[in-house]
Design a protein around this ligand. Structure first.
Ligand code: HEC
Length: 111
């Protein structure tokens, strides 16, 4: 019985992870919009739409996770280095590349 329960819950966890790709819009609005603007056009942080939104995924991931821009320059505070932080609804877990990619895809829809 215990085994069955474990198997069922493992399957459920796996299925929910597969079935629910990260929601780029929600992630952006909850974690980035306060500085980069609701529409990604900039506020205290630079605009991302039509700029970093068009970078190669690897460069965008590096900027968001490690704070290094497309020119190899360190991004200054208050831009968080997200690899050492966590998105609001992730409860302390560092952001995944899939989440960062989902944010970039969402930004492209705001062009
Ligand atoms: C507390 C404010 C703040 C938050 C929150 C924030 N940023 Fe930033 N971000 C900045 C600032 C300020 C800069 C510019 C830093 C610099 O030029 O050195 C920046 C720079 C960037 C850049 C580089 C842009 C460029 O053209 O060089 C990217 C990409 C970026 N942020 C993405 C994000 C994403 C995605 C999120 C949410 C997961 C986010 N930021 C959350 C303030 C913030």
């Amino acid at each position: 019985m215990k085994r069955t329960l474990i198997a069922v819950s493992t399957l459920w966890l796996w299925a929910s992870a597969v079935a629910a790709p990260p929601n780029g819009k929600a992630l952006y609005q909850e974690n980035c919009a306060s500085c980069h603007g609701q529409n990604g056009k900039g506020d205290t942080g630079p605009k991302l739409v039509g700029d970093a939104s068009e970078w190669k995924a690897k460069l965008f991931e590096r900027a968001v996770l490690n704070g290094i821009d497309d020119q190899g320059k360190a991004l200054k505070s208050p831009m968080p280095h997200w690899a050492g932080a966590s998105f609001k609804t992730d409860h302390g877990t560092a952001p995944s590349k899939a989440e960062v990619d989902a944010i970039q895809h969402y930004l492209r829809t705001l062009n």
